[in-house]
Design a protein around this ligand. Structure first.
Ligand code: HEM
Length: 186
């Protein structure tokens, strides 16, 4: 994945747990790269090793780390570094979710070697929709849940995220029921 992803893991660990913990995570992961370059593509195994090592060093489960990383990605990385791109994708949460299937097409204009996820929307109602998530990368559904949770917080809109199908449990792809507004606040 692009260096910006590994850099975001570094920022998450450093800001929330301190620079010493980040050094320990890198050591445990066997990563000797001094500084990640945002626009360079790195092997996916580096990102997976960092997440695995962070889970051991910080005493959190991989699910907890991935969820926290998803929230951090939206609320910190995307908002600070790609604010215009993010805010132009929707004036409110439902509009952003409707647009999400096209979103990484625009991201790919900045990062030409992007191997983006694919999203599809179905069963759209006034306060809910089903989001289908397709990826050639395994094990990222908790990251996706954290991303949605971060979007709910960014738009200050109550949101519940329920995973209704899981690739890890044999489904063809992951599926999430997203409900927002009064139904989610209840
Ligand atoms: C300005 C905001 C965003 C930027 C710049 C961005 C950029 C990226 C980049 C660079 C990657 C790594 C892929 C690669 O290097 O091949 C990635 C992956 C990913 N992005 Fe985004 N993204 C943004 C927002 C979002 C949002 C809002 C969501 C979903 C709610 C999302 C879902 C994902 C997922 C699930 C992956 C993991 C890759 C996979 O599933 O195969 N991204 N994105």
């Amino acid at each position: 994945m692009y260096g910006m992803v590994n850099k975001a893991v570094e920022n998450l660990v450093t800001i929330k747990f301190g620079a010493d913990k980040w050094r320990a995570v890198k050591k445990k992961a066997g990563v000797t790269i001094e500084a990640f370059i945002s626009n360079d593509a790195y092997d996916d195994s580096i990102t997976y090793s960092l997440v695995g090592a962070a889970s051991e060093v910080l005493g959190l489960t991989p699910s907890e780390i991935l969820f926290a990383f998803g929230e951090f990605w939206v609320l910190h990385t995307a908002r600070l570094d790609y604010g215009d791109l993010l805010s132009s994708a929707g004036r409110d949460l439902p509009e952003f979710l409707d647009y999400l299937p096209s979103f990484h097409i625009r991201v790919a204009l900045i990062f030409p070697h992007l191997k983006p996820p694919r999203f599809e929307v179905s069963d759209r109602g006034p306060d809910r929709l089903t989001m289908h998530y397709f990826s050639h990368r395994p094990g990222l559904s908790d990251f996706v849940k954290g991303l949605f949770s971060g979007l709910g917080k960014m738009y200050e809109t109550p949101l519940t995220v329920t995973q209704t199908k899981s690739k890890d449990q044999g489904a063809e792809h992951d599926e999430f029921l997203l409900q927002w507004g009064a139904v989610a606040a209840a």
